[in-house]
Design a protein around this ligand. Structure first.
Ligand SMILES: *Cc1c(COP(=O)(O)O)cnc(C)c1O
Length: 414
């Protein structure tokens, strides 16, 4: 189902007021998703850690915090943003991938929880802190899960985490430095549809957890699948909640005390809250196809070209669905940048209400990994961002201008 307004404000009105290209986010949708996750796991001591790389706008981070969601960061810069949003060190989890030990030390000094992802840093952490600071270990459970090869993270060849087959080496290091391992972590990948991949990974982690005596946390990562179009299969949260909660509670009983169950959803919390508004610069009728060329490109929303992601697209300026056509929606970047790329990885057309030059073309699921992955490629400025909250549209990031393109340029005589 298409929507033409957010909390009663027409998309076309937002486009007019703030100009396009424009990212708009619906705060109510984010709050609703937080509620769904909490309800699904109401029987266990769940902590939600928003994987903020999905969308790092400071106002989104503050909204999360206001609604009791803590935060997962992957860089020192995200860590600083989390602190700026008001999070305390202990509410922040640092889950980096193959970073230098300096970054880990910085996070540890701030008091963040850290997911150690290789034997080297485990050893360095043990050497430096011994049992003075607790840490979590990111385990690679050798499980296949996730939408496609580029977004799977727990399969045997993945770069992420310490292989579950290296348990003995982990335990040796932990013993050598008398380390306090307070949690085990795993993240299966993104767009994980079936509860099976989660439960498989969870049971592998829980089995391993029996060998660690100081645990307070089991962290099962993120990756819940969201709907990209009508009829899409998504992670069934109620079912997943029931299955995982019961496995987790059984484990706690066996382990001898109650632990916290952590999740790190990114996409699940923010993807559907976002809509990307563009303007049709021209409708180009070719003998074979009709192209809608919009005032944006893969520099602003790269997911279709980067990993074949599907974004539902509709004409927000025309609600009359009695006249439709097939359109290929493309950007202005000087290489192929098709927004209407299909999930199967082929160029494709979308059936849309008749598009005229100047119409507002809206793309759904634009809340996660869209603005946060944007760039200035082709020396194009980045869009503005707006948050609709309590029925009011608020600018949360101004549109860039030419100064932003030049900002760090150093001009020299040549
Ligand atoms: C990216 C990431 C997530 C979030 O993944 P989603 O698919 O957005 O839910 C969670 N945990 C870690 C460690 C990540 O890197």
């Amino acid at each position: 189902m298409h929507y033409y307004d957010i909390q009663g404000i027409q998309l076309t009105e937002l486009a007019e007021k703030f100009d396009t290209p424009l990212y708009v986010y619906d705060a109510n949708k984010i709050i609703e998703k937080i509620g769904i996750l909490r309800d699904s796991f109401k029987d266990v001591n769940i902590k939600i850690k928003y994987a903020c790389k999905a969308n790092t706008n400071l106002s989104i981070l503050k909204l999360m915090r206001k609604h009791g969601v803590e935060i997962d960061v992957v860089s020192p810069e995200e860590l600083r943003l989390a602190l700026m949003a008001g999070y305390e060190g202990a509410q922040i989890t640092f889950t980096p991938s193959g970073v230098s030990f300096d970054e880990i030390e910085l996070a540890a000094e701030i008091g963040a929880r850290i997911n150690l992802d290789n034997l080297d840093v485990l050893e360095a952490f043990g050497k430096l802190y011994g049992n003075k600071k607790g840490a979590l270990i990111r385990i690679k459970p050798h499980v296949f899960g996730g939408g496609n090869e580029k977004i799977m993270t727990a399969h045997p060849e993945s770069k992420f985490g310490i292989s579950i087959h290296q348990k003995d080496q982990i335990l040796e290091i932990v013993k050598k430095y008398d380390m306090k391992i307070i949690g085990l972590h795993q993240h299966t990948g993104s767009d994980v549809k079936n509860a099976d991949a989660f439960t498989q990974a969870a049971s592998a982690i829980l089995e391993m957890a029996k060998d660690f005596k100081d645990l307070e946390i089991i962290d099962l990562g993120g990756g819940f699948k969201v709907a990209y179009k009508d009829g899409d299969i998504t992670t069934n949260m109620a079912e997943l909640g029931a299955v995982l909660s019961s496995a987790f509670l059984n484990f706690c009983q066996e382990y001898g005390r109650p632990l916290q169950l952590w999740f790190e959803p990114g996409k699940f919390l923010v993807s559907e809250a976002g809509t990307f508004l563009t303007t049709a610069n021209t409708v180009k009728k070719d003998p074979i196809k009709t192209f809608v060329c919009v005032n944006s490109g893969l520099n602003h929303l790269g997911r279709p070209m980067m990993y074949g992601a599907y974004h539902d697209i509709f004409n927000a300026s025309n609600q009359d669905d009695s006249q439709q056509d097939d359109y290929r929606v493309v950007g202005y970047i000087c290489e192929t940048d098709t927004f209407s790329w299909s999930a199967e990885g082929q160029q494709s057309e979308r059936r849309m209400n008749t598009v005229n030059k100047g119409d507002i073309i809206a793309m759904k699921n634009a809340g996660a990994y869209c603005f946060s992955m944007s760039s200035q490629y082709n020396s194009r400025i980045r869009p503005a961002e707006v948050l609709v909250i309590n029925g009011e549209a608020k600018l949360i990031r101004r549109r860039e201008n030419f100064d932003d393109i030049l900002r760090n340029t150093v001009e020299v005589d040549v």
